[in-house]
Design a protein around this ligand. Sequence first.
Ligand code: PLP
Length: 418
Amino acid sequence: MPMSLHQRALTLDATDPLAPLRAEFLFPRAPDGSDALYFAGNSLGLQPRRAREYVLAELDDWARLGVEGHVHGRHPWLPYHELVTEPMAHLVGALPSEVVVMNTLTVNLHLLLVSFYRPTRERYRIVIEGGAFPSDRYAVASQARLHGFDPHDAIVTLEPRPGEDLLRTEDIVSSLERLGSSVAVVLLGQVSYLTGQAFDVPAIGAAARSIGARFGLDLAHGAGNLRLSLHDDDVDFACWCSYKYLNSGPGSLGGAFVHARHLGDPSMPRLEGWWGHDKATRFQMPRTFVPIPTAEAWQLSNPPILPLAALRASLELFDRAGPLALRQKSVALTALLEEVLAPHAARAQVLTPRERDARGCQLSMRVTSGARAVVERLGARGVIADAREPDVVRLAPVPLYTRFADLTALGDVLSHVL
Ligand SMILES: *Cc1c(COP(=O)(O)O)cnc(C)c1O
């Protein structure tokens, strides 16, 4: 590694206003006992130090109060999920009324498709990326079957041009124009889990609307990574998880967004449960469901408090960092990572777009020697990255806890490993 790059990294760290946040996270150990170089926050975010404290506080209240904790806990459990609504809405650019934290990602995707995928014989198709995450693909195919359609016909996948890895906006738009009024829903992963490509939400959303389709986003790799503006971009619905960039722990809760223009619409079908019922009368146990006039109407059950407690610890750190500073650091980290990877291009070619607005923090590279083997060799040298079979290695320099010097250290390791 040329000295100048490393010197530059040290200078960037010394002047980084977000540098103190790193100490708020717990790092896995490298084989030599030092902190691992952690680039897998796009798969599972690190544990915020305060997560333990917040979870223990709820275990203590449960021990002390039993059922009374619902009302008399330090943070009463009945409205506990409301503590995360506003910070979460901030992160995705939504009104608090448009967001609810509940369930997990794929469950929320199904619940939202129940409302937004209302196929007719003419308008029944769901458009997704060919490289969509398998769970999303299974979800839309099963929804199509549920309505009596053949997924081979009803699910249309957007594919890159031959020899290319990324989808071009103009191709997506022209595909939608071609499919026209047969499309019921357009669903995209924002950002692509595999290539790290961030799609042009306003342009694709406008194209979806112009053909009369609903527009939904899977933000598994977008929430906590990119600055999002779901409300202003007029997205119809979105879902995400909180265990990747949002650091709330393995299997933790997901989020859901429903645009304000759909809230309170009595014609909108929905799967319903008691936690979506009007809070004022919920415990009068009425027979008739009266929906909360927010995205909370989609809640079915009373939520698990322990993962919500862990999520609070993480969201406080996002608030402390501020979205603008976080994105600025993210852009700078990824630019430096690109420089670090450049000398290795022959054995590890970056697939992710070069334009900053077309990606988040993650860079994906196609390796010539087997992704799994590369990730294992990285691990032996204290670098935690992630492999997607057969040949993609993903590296996510998460701005909350990555140092610039971690990237030049990664460069040294890559020289040995590739
Ligand atoms: C991680 C991820 C999921 C995972 O779904 P769960 O329901 O949380 O298990 C789904 N879709 C995408 C695009 C993902 O990246």
